[in-house]
Design a protein around this ligand. Sequence first.
Ligand SMILES: [Zn+2]
Length: 138
Amino acid sequence: MFRFVIQSLALLILCFSTGYIFKANGLNFYIGAITGGAIQFVFNYIYETIFNAAVALQNKKLENERIKEFTMQGIEVQCPCSRKIKDFVPIILNTSNKYKCKECQKLISVYITPSTALTTEPILDTDTVNPSIISDAQ
Ligand SMILES: [Zn+2]
């Protein structure tokens, strides 16, 4: 609402200004006012087009960065050299993973050893978690 009022006032001021400029130069006031309004609409259209294109471009860049972050999977590893430098290395499971240590400049291979564990589910509805059992025993 406030923005609409400000825009309407700006449009009126521009129309009257161009009208007075036309009148001062011996031309018709109303033709000047209409010309000023038309010029304002043209500039507003150009501004909105450029602004929307910039916003769309920025959103696309952010989306691309987000997708890049999702595709990047890695682990923090430690170089076997004496300095034990830690580094975050991207991991691709279907290839051999290697990286160059940033300190010793040696090529390091990363081996991934999978391990398994039995998945259990907590049993919540038994007598042992019922507080009345504990109070009865006391
Ligand atoms: Zn190293």
